[in-house]
Design a protein. Structure first.
Length: 258
């Protein structure tokens, strides 16, 4: 936080406010409102560069941390923060987003309002992935990205967009399920080792310093690795990318973020 200002939350959800504005405003304002929202998010993200102090890191390396109990029964929090790497990725995402929205003004002719709403929600998901410090929250943002990506490719893509979207969803769904299994397994292992107490079971900062069983660590790593290998994608899990990349609008920033 900057003072009492939850700057990370504001940066993350500014595009969502823009999406609501686009939804209720007349269609002729959709482009301008979407661009304005993405520019505001970008300008706010630049404040992170000022607020981040590379010479005064917390022991675990995260700054501007915000956390609120979300589902306390299972120890799930809304917890976000940044380190040097995520700072760069957030600013890169907000920068690419307004450039991409501006680039879409000419090629996107149909369903402009729906396109801009999808694009802004996509930006929310991408930013959230980079700042999440709760594994369940990370998974939510990870999944949020899939929905607008599916719509952007499937509606405004090329001639084979339907095939590309189905292939994209099937591949990424497999990766998402593997990640979810790993997240839940580590959470159950953590709470079992702490007398059934769920507090901290999804907290990345606590989990990474916890002494998990080596076998569990291996399988959890493999599940996360496969999930990321599919999403990046890496060989030999990359076969969905040529179809989706060719059929997607060329100004979509999600490919750069991935």
């Amino acid at each position: 936080m900057i003072g009492n200002l939850p700057i990370l939350t504001i940066v993350t959800f500014t595009p969502l406010v823009g999406a609501f504005a686009v939804a209720v405003a007349p269609g002729r304002y959709a482009r301008g409102l979407a661009l304005a929202a993405s520019l505001v998010a970008w300008a706010l993200s630049l404040l992170l560069l000022i607020a981040f102090n590379p010479h005064s890191l917390r022991q675990d390396g995260f700054q501007l941390v915000e956390h609120v109990d979300w589902i306390p029964l299972f120890g799930i929090q809304y917890k976000v923060g940044i380190d040097g790497l995520s700072l760069i990725l957030v600013v890169l995402t907000t920068t690419l987003s307004w450039i991409s929205i501006l680039a879409s003004f000419s090629p996107i002719k149909d369903r402009i309002k729906e396109y801009m709403i999808s694009f802004l929600i996509l930006e929310v998901g991408m930013i959230g992935v980079f700042i999440s410090l709760d594994t369940f929250l990370f998974y939510i943002f990870w999944e949020i990205v899939l929905v607008p990506m599916y719509l952007i490719i499937g509606i405004w893509g090329g001639a084979n967009r339907i095939y590309a979207t189905i292939k994209f969803v099937l591949y990424t769904l497999v990766g998402s399920l593997l990640m979810l299994v790993a997240i839940l397994t580590t959470a159950f292992a953590y709470q079992a080792a702490n007398g059934g107490v769920w507090a901290g079971a999804f907290d990345f900062e606590k989990l990474r310093g916890f002494g998990f069983d080596p076998t569990l660590q291996l399988f959890a790593f493999l599940a996360f690795f496969l999930a990321f290998a599919i999403k990046v994608p890496m060989f030999p899990f990359h076969t969905w990318l040529p179809d989706a990349h060719v059929q997607a609008p060329t100004h979509d920033p999600a490919w750069a973020a991935w």
